[in-house]
Design a protein. Structure first.
Length: 146
């Protein structure tokens, strides 16, 4: 099940500004978290204004990130072990390719708390129109195979 930390995030999920591929990524994550672990997915953040983004990075000259472009979302991992969170990222990155020209950039990134993050979370990102699903495994196999 998909849950929202705040009413703001729920409104953003419903916004036509949200990148449709990012929506697909999150829906994929919800299915995998349910089938692999029986856990829900809680979105904690979608959109950040450039000012909010700069404040988070403590840098007024910070180059605005993917959250400012409606193509980034953060997922709480407070109900997950770190191993589960990392496995979810691995499953996601086997299914989704961020940019074939920059294969080192993932769609799903497990981030621990630190200077730019208040709590451990899974950062999800897309780079439309480059981000695409990868047909390594049939959908029905993913939950069982990994
Ligand atoms: Zn993020």
């Amino acid at each position: 099940m998909l849950l929202f930390k705040t009413a703001r995030v729920e409104d953003e999920w419903a916004s036509p500004s949200l990148d449709p591929t990012l929506r697909e990524l999150i829906e994929f994550l919800v299915l995998q978290a349910g089938s692999l672990f029986g856990l829900d997915v809680t979105l904690t953040c979608i959109y950040r204004s450039p000012a909010e983004d700069a404040e988070l990075y403590h840098d007024n000259n910070h180059v605005p990130g993917v959250h400012t472009q409606w193509r980034g979302a953060d997922v709480s991992v407070k109900d997950y072990t770190w191993a589960q969170a990392k496995q979810l990222c691995n499953v996601g990155n086997r299914r989704w390719q961020y940019d074939p020209g920059r294969p080192w950039l993932p769609c799903f990134l497990f981030e621990t708390s630190g200077d730019y993050s208040t709590a451990a979370h899974i950062h999800c990102q897309t780079d439309p129109p480059l981000t695409k699903p990868i047909d390594i495994l049939a959908d029905s196999e993913i939950g069982n195979a990994l």
